[in-house]
Design a binder for this molecule. Structure first.
Ligand code: HCB
Length: 214
């Protein structure tokens, strides 16, 4: 059944099965699972488990890196399919980036994929992006239905989100863009404190929140 397939997908990430993850995703697709189910109920669950194990010092960086590679191999199969599904009518433009000093890109990519699959035109600025570049990009798209989605996985890089909000104000751009920040350390109270619009727990929720904000 479905749950059995979800468990296999989860385990492929937890057990760092870099070579097996791609074929397993194909198997899941052939069995009729949707890319959303594969990501949300399978792969992401595995990534969460490996993250928790890392925090409990049960696994170490090399293992995490291999889990990340397995995740990447899985997404290489899913990304083109999700891109095909994109509706022709764009619901808005989303500038997506990871804060300066931060190279964690797994969650960032998942959110970008989900936003794209939900009708956003996604501009992926990648990781370790300085705030002045982010502000330049927002300015370049002023006047469009615009959303900014930033990720930060470290408490240090998260502080940069506060500067994004200050710079948007200073440049007179705050009213031109909706701002959603996410990443493990980001909380509702942080979002409130810095004056951003929203956060989301995961990629599926991020897509829903983004659609609501538009
Ligand atoms: Co990394 N790392 N890491 N790491 N890493 C964390 C983030 C720690 C929390 C682990 C820990 O120590 N407890 C920690 C940060 C501590 C802190 O500041 N609080 C940490 C550290 C310290 C580091 C290094 C400094 C380690 C070192 O070198 N000594 C180094 C940093 C390098 C740098 O950035 N300059 C580092 C490196 C790595 C890798 C390379 C081994 C690997 C990253 C691989 C890659 O991304 N390509 C890695 C990983 C994988 C992790 C953990 C284990 C998992 C992160 C992850 O991918 N989660 C993480 C522990 C953890 O987070 N629990 C650990 C899975 C994804 C799917 O979840 O939260 O990223 P997500 O995204 C979600 C969600 O937040 C939301 O939706 C996403 C999808 O569901 N979301 C948004 C995300 N962005 C959003 C934006 C929106 O607008 C809305 C929603």
């Amino acid at each position: 059944g479905k749950q059995e397939m979800y468990d296999k997908l989860r385990d492929a990430i937890v057990n760092q099965d870099i070579n097996g993850a791609g074929p397993l995703v194909q198997e899941a697709l052939d069995a009729g699972l949707t890319p959303f189910e594969i990501i949300n109920d399978g792969l992401s669950v595995g990534m969460k488990i490996i993250g928790d194990k890392f925090e409990a010092a049960e696994v170490y960086l090399p293992q995490i890196m291999m889990s990340a590679k397995a995740m990447k191999a899985a997404m290489e199969i899913l990304d083109p399919i999700l891109a095909e599904d994109e509706t022709s009518e764009s619901v808005g433009t989303c500038i997506k980036f990871v804060q300066e000093g931060d190279i964690h890109d797994i969650g960032h990519r998942l959110v970008a994929t989900m936003l794209g699959a939900n009708g956003f035109t996604v501009i992926d600025m990648g990781v370790d992006v300085p705030n002045d570049k982010v502000i330049e990009e927002v300015a370049a798209h002023k006047g469009e239905k615009l959303m900014l989605s930033g990720s930060a996985l470290m408490t240090t890089s998260m502080l940069g989100q506060k500067d994004v909000m200050r710079l948007l104000d200073e440049e007179g751009l705050r009213d031109s863009v909706k701002v959603m920040f996410g990443g493990a350390p980001v909380t509702d109270s942080w979002i409130k404190e810095i004056g951003a619009d929203a956060t989301a727990e995961n990629a599926a929720e991020a897509a829903n929140v983004a659609l609501e904000l538009m």
